[in-house]
Ligand binder design. Structure first.
Ligand code: PMP
Length: 367
């Protein structure tokens, strides 16, 4: 039996998304900027997809920039904004952002002379609106705080943070919504920029977007043609962009459809885990639980892997690096014993039971 419990890292492609993509691939391969009929047809479909996605997010069509995922969207939002507005030197983010956000800030700090305030999560794992308010300065250009943390699942009140930033002249608010899109509702009214990725919601890898309000000016990071409002040069990955609309529609439909099932899986998982391990964090996103195991996480991961069970000890983007894990460190959790278990609607009760059963056997053997 193979059991995948790492949905936070990535998800399988929804079969309807795959079907649409294959159909498009069979039919179209020309450049979406070509002026013959097929080129125009793809271009029109891409623009329709852009309008549909914008509509689902409650923003305008030309406020959506297709990217190759959330890392690119985060980089464009943060570095693109800072490099366009170099007169304001102060930036605010949190210590537990995804590496694409954190390293963008580090680069701005180390290579471009910006001053960055890194906020710590409070004892509930959250970056509070009060902490943001207190960190704001007259010369603050940007605040970037993620909606849901990808290692512990903590949910931040980013709508409230956005309101605070909105009242502060000359300061923009960016939010990484990669882990909340299709899972939690969010009102983007006061959010100036938001990044997300398709592969976290059963879409294709290398696909995502940056929502950027019309008044926000960015410096393009990829110079090139007129694609994506001249903010991202390069031949459009038009077919992938087209299926992103279908991906998001399905994810939003599934959010309601599978709500009860996900809560049941959450309860089953928590009940099983409570008897075996210490829970580090389970009060955020219901589909993500961070635990502290009595044996080193590496030993446990390997033992689970041998039994066909896939989980992670930390963010996959940092899994091959030997750096301190910023989230676990900030929360005071033992990095060498932490495991992240995450699931989605494609998982079953039988799979959760199999995981718990095997976890028990492994702990009995090694602990
Ligand atoms: N932000 C968060 C919160 C994430 O979890 C991830 C994926 N690990 C990313 C950004 C990066 O997404 P992508 O893989 O599409 O670049």
């Amino acid at each position: 039996m193979k059991v995948y419990l790492d949905a936070v890292s990535t998800t399988g492609v929804d079969e309807k998304v795959l079907e649409t993509y294959k159909k498009l691939l069979d039919e179209y391969y020309c450049n979406s900027d070509a002026l013959y009929d097929d080129g125009v047809a793809i271009y029109d479909m891409q623009e329709k997809a852009r309008a549909l996605i914008a509509g689902m997010l409650g923003v305008k069509k030309d406020e959506l920039i297709f990217t190759a995922g959330a890392s690119e969207a985060n980089s464009l939002a943060i570095k693109g904004l800072a490099l366009k507005h170099r007169d304001r030197k102060h930036l605010i983010t949190s210590i537990y952002e995804h590496s694409s956000v954190y390293n963008s800030f580090r680069q701005l700090e180390e290579d471009f002379g910006f001053e960055v305030t890194y906020l710590d999560p409070d004892e509930n794992g959250q970056i509070t609106p009060v902490a943001v308010k207190e960190a704001l300065r007259d010369d603050t250009l940007l605040v970037s705080i993620m909606h849901v943390n990808n290692e512990i699942g903590a949910i931040n009140d980013v709508e409230e943070i956005a309101k605070i930033v909105k009242r502060h002249p000359g300061t923009y608010f960016h939010c990484d919504i990669t882990q909340s899109l299709g899972k939690l509702d969010i009102d983007l009214a006061n959010i100036d920029m938001a990044s997300f990725s398709a592969h976290k919601i059963h879409g294709l890898k290398g696909s995502g977007a940056l929502m950027k309000k019309q008044f926000v000016e960015l410096l393009p990071l990829i110079s090139g043609g007129q694609q994506e409002y001249s903010l991202r040069g390069g031949t459009s990955n038009a077919l992938v962009n087209i299926v992103l609309a279908r991906t998001l529609r399905i994810a939003l439909e599934n959010k309601e459809k599978y709500h009860d099932k996900l809560m049941e899986l959450h309860d089953q998982l928590c009940e099983g885990l409570n008897d075996l391990v210490k829970i580090n964090y389970a009060s955020g996103l219901p589909t993500l639980i961070n635990i502290d195991t009595p044996i080193p996480s590496e030993v446990l991961l390997n033992a689970l892997n041998e039994r066909g069970i896939m989980v992670s000890s930390k963010s996959t983007c940092g899994s091959r690096k030997n750096e301190v894990n910023r989230t676990l460190h900030a929360m005071g959790y033992d990095e060498d014993h932490a495991i992240r278990v995450s699931f989605d609607h494609t998982n079953t009760k039988e799979e959760i039971a199999y995981f718990i059963e095997n976890l028990k056997e492994i702990l009995d053997k090694y602990a």
